[in-house]
Design a protein around this ligand. Structure first.
Ligand SMILES: [Zn+2]
Length: 126
């Protein structure tokens, strides 16, 4: 369940993909006991570091621990960027990448800095 940017490099969407339905299913499986807290709150240390240092504050409470500690970590993949993606934390950074030649894809991951819940929310071409 843990999100790792390196898992994303093979298939990139050509239009926006929302993972909202899968996320709701995962939360429901946690609430009914099919998944344990260890299954859903397993953010990789690298992702947690990005969540603390390079993220956008997200509205709403964590679906697992119900704290106001949700953030969005955005990774961009594309030509002349690191193979594990570039973590961006501002619209200005995204705009700078949009102006470059080539096609770029942004992946937004929801992370709770309190309980380590993490889920890929959406992916879209820049
Ligand atoms: Zn949480």
């Amino acid at each position: 369940m843990a999100f790792l940017p390196s898992q994303l490099t093979k298939k990139r969407p050509t239009s926006e993909i929302s993972y909202e339905l899968e996320k709701r299913r995962t939360i429901e499986q946690y609430r009914t006991g099919t998944l344990s807290i260890h299954d859903v709150c397993d953010a990789h240390p690298e992702l947690l570091r990005s969540a603390h240092n390079y993220s956008f504050k997200q509205a709403g409470d964590c679906p697992i621990c119900e704290q106001e500690t949700l953030v969005t970590v955005s990774y961009v993949f594309g030509p002349r960027l690191p193979s594990h993606g570039r973590c961006v934390n501002s619209e200005r950074d995204l705009d700078r990448i949009r102006k470059r030649k080539g096609s770029f894809t942004c992946y937004e991951v929801e992370v709770c800095t309190s309980c380590s819940w993490n889920y890929l929310n959406r992916a879209y071409p820049l």
